[in-house]
Each structure stands twice: as C-alpha cells, then as structure tokens.
Ligand binder design. Structure first.
Ligand SMILES: CCCCCCCC/C=C\CCCCCCCCC/C=C/C(=O)SCCNC(=O)CCNC(=O)[C@H](O)C(C)(C)COP(=O)(O)OP(=O)(O)OC[C@H]1O[C@@H](n2cnc3c(N)ncnc32)[C@H](O)[C@@H]1OP(=O)(O)O
Ligand SMILES: Cc1cc2nc3c(=O)[nH]c(=O)nc-3n(C[C@H](O)[C@H](O)[C@H](O)COP(=O)(O)OP(=O)(O)OC[C@H]3O[C@@H](n4cnc5c(N)ncnc54)[C@H](O)[C@@H]3O)c2cc1C
Length: 643
C-alpha cells in the first residue's frame, strides 16, 4: 500500500462503511451489491483480455461471449430483479456498453409497457430466455426525432396522399393490408433507413421498429411494430431486410450499432404493440388513451441515465483524487519535499466540486428512479396525470446531469496530467462511453426545450391563479422580481436560503422566456416562430444561480474555506463509493495507490512490445543499410547515410 494513501485514510474523520451504506440505501443493500460483484469478478468465465489491446472485431466477439455467459449465469443464480440485473451487467462489462444493452434496456421494457398479454407470451418469454434478441429502432439516417403534427406527411387526421410531399418528407411506413391481415413495412427513402440502433448490426434477430401507421387511407403517426429481422435458426437476414453495422464510432466499440432498410416486409397484424393503440381486423384504428404512451421507454432510460451520470462522476473523481494523493510535484517551499498534488488549491478547486456533484447526482438519481417508479405505477393503473411532470423532469435532468458530467469527466482526466491521457487511467474510456448520453435518448437541447415547454405551461397556469403542486410549486409561491428590485438576501451557510435563491432565479428565467415569446409573437405572429426565436431563453429557463457581486465574492471565499475543510476527507469520500479495482479498471485509481509499478507493467503488455523489432521496421533497417536507395530514389536525391 502506498504510504501517502494509507495516511489519507488514517486522517479521515468519518466511518467510510456507514457512508457506503447510505449511498447504497442500507447495509443489506451494500452486502447484496458486494455479493453480486464477487459472483462476477471471481468467475473465470468472465475473465477477459484487456480491450485496450484488441481490435474492434475482437472486442465485439469478446463482449458477445461474455454477454452470453451473463444470461446463462443470471438464469442459474435466479437473478431477475431489474436493479440486480443492471448491477450484474455493469460488473461483467465495466464501463462499457455491450451488444445486449438494447435488448435488456429497451426491447424488454418496451414489451413490458406496450405489449398485450398475448404478445407478452409470444415475445417477452422467448426474449427473456434469449431465443429472441431484440433492439429498439427509432432513429433514422435523416431524422433523430419526429414531429408528426407539423409534418404534411403525417397527422392523425390527414389522408396519406398529399400533394406537397417531397420524398425527403417520407419516413418508414407500416401500411395495413386487410386482405392478408398484415402490415407492409417500407423504408421509402435513403434518409428513412433506420440508423444507430444498438445490437441491430449483427446481434439481434428482432427489432421494435417505430414507423408511421397507415390504415384505411389515413396516417395515424408513430407506432411500434415487432419486426423479425433474422432467421431464428440460421441468423441470416430475412427477405426484404437489409441490415448491417454502421462502422467504427468515437467509442461504443463493443456495440454493433446498425442500419435497417425495409423492403416490402410483411408482418402479422398482431405484431403491432397494441396495449394502448389498436388496429381492428377491418383496418379501423382505435386511439390510445394518450398518444404520449409510445414514448414511455425513452422516459424509463432517461430516468436511468441520471444515475449513470452519478456513476461516471464517482468513477472519474475516484481515479483523479486517489492519483492526486500519491502524485508529488514541484516544491512549494525551497528545500522541502514535493507536496502531493492534492494539496494545491487549484487541484482541489478542480476536483472537489466534481466530488460534491457525484454525491448530489447520486441522490438525484435515486429521487428520479423513485419518481419514475411511482408515476409509472400510476400509469399502469390508468392514471396518466403524472406523465407530463415525469416527462419534463426526466428530460430536463437527463440533459442537465449528462452535460455537467460530460464536462467534469474531462476535468478529472486533465487533472491527472499526461497519465490521464493514457488509456491505462480509464478516463479516456469513461469519457467516450459516457459522452453520447448527451445525444441519445433525445439530444440535450431538444430535451431542455421539452422541459421548457412544461415550465411555460405551468407558469401560465400559476399566473392564472392555479396552485401548482410538485416540482413546479415554486412558480405559484414566488413572484418573479424585476431586475430593479435588486438581489434577494442570501445566507450562504444555509441550504434553505440557497434553495430559495435558486427557485427565485428559476421563476425569473421562466418569466423572461415567457415575455420573450410574447414579444416575438407580436413581431412574428406565429407561435412556432416565436418559440424558435426565444429558444435560448427557453433552454436557460430549464437550467437554473441570482447573486450580486458582493454575494458572489462571499461565495468564492466560502468555497476556499470548504476546500480546506474537505481536504482531509477527500480520499475517504471517494472510497465510500466502494468501486472495486477490477470494476474501476484504472491504473491511476488503484485502491492501494501503487501507481507507477503498475503503469510500467501495463505498458509492457502493449502489442507493440510483442517483439523488440516490429516487422514493419525491417524496411527502415534495410534503408539504413542503404540496400534500397538505388531502386527507391534517383541517384541525385539519394540519402546520405553514415553507414
Ligand atoms: C424485466 C425487464 C428487465 C429489464 C432489465 C433492465 C436492466 C437494465 C439492463 C441494462 C440496461 C442497459 C442500459 C441501456 C442503455 C441504453 C443505451 C441507449 C441507446 C440509445 C437509444 C436511443 O437513443 S433510442 C432513440 C431515442 N430517441 C429520442 O429520444 C428522440 C427524441 N425525440 C422525442 O422524444 C420526440 O420526438 C420529441 C419529444 C422531441 C418531439 O415529439 P413531438 O411529438 O413532436 O413533441 P411535441 O409536439 O413537442 O410534444 C407533444 C406532446 O407530447 C409530450 N411529450 C413528448 N415526449 C414525451 C414523453 N417522452 N413522455 C410524455 N410526454 C411526452 C410533450 O410534452 C407534448 O405535450 P403537450 O405540451 O402537448 O401536453
Ligand atoms: C452511441 C449512440 C447510440 C444510439 N443508439 C440508438 C438506438 O439504440 N436506437 C435508436 O433509435 N437511436 C439510437 N441513437 C440515435 C440517437 O437517439 C439520436 O442520435 C438522437 O436522438 C439525436 O438525434 P439526431 O442524431 O438526429 O440529432 P439532430 O436532431 O440532428 O441534432 C443535431 C443538432 O440539431 C439541434 N436540434 C435538432 N432539433 C432541434 C430543435 N427542435 N430545436 C433546437 N435545436 C435542435 C440539436 O440540438 C443538435 O445540436 C444512438 C445514438 C448514439 C450516438
């Protein structure tokens, strides 16, 4: 054990285990988490080659092998609780998305939320047993999101054939054919090819495809269909299915994100997910109780991503803080030993806010999950009243937490200097695997605008005298103040006072956005143009701080004081996240702090070190010996060598 890190732990002023229990929810939950962890980390079937030294195809193959083992073991150990599955999976594939993510995270949950009992028997049971492997295909090459109501090509009441259509307006279509009781699915244009779904490229044999439903000559907007895409025995693509991998990406190397072109693919009537919307055998369309229920799986994953932001931050600051405790640089005072870099105020100012955010997001993630479970329980009982708030909260928190975490991971990487740039630190991987959360499941700006939409509606209800409940109740309680009213009183030591200032700022920003829309409406006369011209204010309204210059200075001074208070407990606070070394997979973030010897050991495994003279270098050796000069270069430009 590195002596610096030992001293850090001796100096801590609280019981780390108790804090771990609080983070987990209870001592029993900590025990069970560790039990699952050891099932995976001590299982030889999950041993792997360091993916840093593998090609993409090798990484995919290794991940598929581990995922298959994972499904067998989950069954063997009878693990079926979604939280436990999620935890087990995260130990099997630490930090890395894998080919079955979409199957587990979106295919199964969409069936649970939108399938009829008969469809559950036909699809969910075989999917649970991994006979059916599914993905969720919404995004297309030309469109990541849909606004059917604004499009000439589709609305619940417009006929299918409209004069003003251009081919680029077309999206994947599912047209009901009553003669055969089938839907005929087509991707009419290049831009309508499904693009991005995880596991689609090679792994899945089924996809939930989001397509426009056409029946009896009318288009009814976006609906979900279960489409078999590969033969269940041979895994070969079925007729009419053009499918494959979209190629290498920034990260996600283990995942076969794919494309899917549908060419007159026929599926039975009862392959449309019909828990809510229905098509009768004669083609009659039965509306769902709420059109928004189609978006349910996205709300589930967005809620989950809030917790993933916390985990990415916990990992990043564990690595950076432990490393900063063992790394020494630059004499502070001449003649004295070099200090731990964690003693530099600037280093603390980089890392301690990340640490605090990791804790805050952990609790926000738990709150988001409880809210999701509560409101989705109501929805299953037929009460849809909480859906707008759940959507606004999950969309806004997904965007806010992923943006914040995305920036903070990079702060942690840079705070480790050069070694942070090495893949041995794990920080580059954490970044590339995390950063697409800002884009997928709804691009963050678009999500903030969804939250703003809800805030503005709530604002106008509050101004109309309604007493609002839940997360927007502050809009009823607080009267937005004009700038001339000055800044509110603030006690920076008092959490309640800080919350009040945040709420006031939020109310002011919502009012600012509403005023902007009103002004733009007078200028532009169209609600949509006024909305777009106020979009910057709207995004700010979803991301609410209202301080005077002296108050801001007071906050700065207080932050410096807090850095000093936090310093003795920094290592213990990251230890409390209880991230096992094998899961963390970082040379810099090792629990024992023995960084340098392991860094050296890790580098020696680089494939480039497999031979002292890599084969490609023989050409240089030959050139050096002047044997090729005559044939490679004209005499007049021949290289001068000393040999
Ligand atoms: C037993 C089960 C076992 C489970 C085990 C689980 C264990 C877990 C194991 C593993 C997990 C692995 C982790 C998984 C990793 C996942 C990787 C993810 C990979 C990525 C996937 C994707 O990206 S899928 C594609 C996602 N795409 C999007 O998100 C597109 C975003 N676009 C949209 O959401 C909509 O198009 C948009 C809302 C932007 C616009 O739609 P439009 O209809 O035009 O909207 P608008 O007119 O603005 O609003 C209409 C109306 O509807 C309301 N609304 C919009 N969205 C929602 C919603 N989601 N919910 C509720 N309501 C919504 C909106 O507010 C408007 O309301 P009103 O104002 O009119 O009242
Ligand atoms: C790693 C990864 C995995 C994915 N997995 C899946 C999957 O499994 N299944 C699936 O269906 N999809 C998947 N996706 C696709 C993902 O859901 C989309 O990329 C995402 O929804 C964003 O859509 P887009 O790419 O069309 O971006 P665009 O909407 O084209 O965004 C581009 C820019 O335009 C801006 N913009 C767009 N609309 C507006 C607006 N109304 N107002 C203001 N600004 C706007 C955005 O803010 C952004 O800056 C995945 C993507 C990635 C990167």
């Amino acid at each position: 054990m590195n002596p610096d890190i030992v001293k850090e732990r001796q100096n801590a002023t609280f019981n780390v285990e108790k804090l771990t229990n609080i983070l987990d929810g209870s001592p029993e939950k900590t025990r069970r988490r560790r039990e699952i962890e050891s099932m995976v980390l001590n299982d030889p079937d999950f041993q792997e080659q360091d993916p840093n030294f593998l090609s993409r195809s090798e990484r995919y193959d290794q991940a598929v092998r581990k995922s298959a083992q994972m499904i067998l073991k989950l069954r063997e150990f009878g693990i079926s609780d979604p939280d436990e599955i999620y935890y087990y999976k995260n130990c099997v594939h630490p930090d890395r998305p894998e080919p079955l993510d979409l199957h587990l995270g979106m295919f199964l949950p969409t069936l649970l939320n939108q399938a009829t009992p008969e469809q559950m028997d036909r699809f969910f049971t075989p999917a649970w047993n991994l006979q059916i492997i599914g993905t969720y295909a919404q995004t297309e090459m030309g469109h990541g999101w849909w606004r059917c109501s604004q499009r000439a090509s589709c609305s619940a009441t417009t006929p299918t054939v409209l004069p003003a259509l251009t081919s680029e307006d077309w999206r994947p279509q599912a047209t009901f054919d009553p003669a055969t009781q089938e839907f005929v699915l087509n991707s009419p244009t290049i831009s309508s090819i499904k693009w991005w779904p995880g596991g689609l490229g090679k792994t899945s044999n089924h996809a939930i495809v989001l397509a426009q439903l056409h029946t009896q000559g009318n288009c009814h907007g976006l609906h979900a269909f279960i489409v078999p895409i590969r033969d269940m025995d041979t895994h070969v693509p079925l007729p009419g299915i053009v499918v494959g991998d979209i190629g290498p990406k920034f990260g996600f190397s283990e995942v076969d994100n794919g494309f899917l072109k549908l060419e007159n693919v026929r599926i039975p009537l009862d392959n449309m997910l019909m828990k809510y919307a229905k098509v009768e055998p004669d083609g009659t369309y039965v509306k769902p109780p709420s059109a928004k229920l189609t978006y349910g799986t996205m709300v589930f994953i967005r809620s989950m991503i809030v917790g993933q932001s916390a985990l990415a931050l916990a990992k990043s600051c564990t690595i950076a803080i432990r490393y900063s405790a063992v790394r020494h640089q630059s004499e502070l005072k001449p003649g004295e030993p070099e200090p731990q870099i964690l003693n530099f105020q600037t280093q603390q100012h980089k890392l301690f806010p990340v640490l605090a955010t990791a804790y805050a997001f952990t609790f926000v993630g738990q709150y988001m999950k409880q809210t999701y479970n509560r409101i989705s329980g109501d929805i299953h009982e037929g009460d849809y009243s909480g859906l707008p708030e759940l959507h606004a909260l999950s969309a806004g928190l997904k965007a806010f937490t992923t943006w914040a975490a995305n920036g903070a991971i990079e702060v942690c990487r840079m705070s480790c200097g050069g070694h942070g740039y090495s893949r041995s630190s794990a920080l580059p991987d954490i970044y590339v695997e995390f950063t697409p959360t800002c884009t997928y499941e709804g691009e963050n700006t678009v999500m903030m605008l969804q939250t703003a939409r809800y805030l503005l509606k709530s604002y106008s209800q509050a101004r109309g005298g309604q007493q609002l409940q839940g997360s927007v109740s502050y809009l009823s309680r607080l009267q937005p103040q004009p700038v001339s009213a000055g800044v509110p009183p603030l006690n920076i030591q008092d959490l309640a006072s800080l919350v009040q200032v945040y709420q006031l700022r939020a109310a002011n920003l919502v009012e600012l956005a509403a005023t902007s829309i009103q002004q733009e409406l007078q200028l532009r006369h169209s609600q949509e143009d006024a909305w777009n011209s106020s979009a910057i204010d709207l995004v700010r309204a979803s991301d609410a701080g209202l301080l005077s210059v002296p108050q801001a200075l007071q906050v700065s001074a207080h932050i410096k004081e807090l850095l000093i208070q936090l310093r003795p407990n920094a290592v213990a606070l990251v230890d409390a996240f209880d991230l096992n070394d094998k899961k963390l997979n970082s040379v810099l973030g090792r629990y024992d702090g023995n960084v340098y010897e392991h860094l050296f050991e890790w580098a020696r495994h680089s494939p480039l070190n497999a031979s002292e003279v890599p084969p490609a270098l023989t050409i240089i050796v030959i050139i050096k010996h002047n044997q090729l000069i005559g044939s490679f270069f004209p005499r007049s430009t021949s290289l001068s060598t000393s040999t």
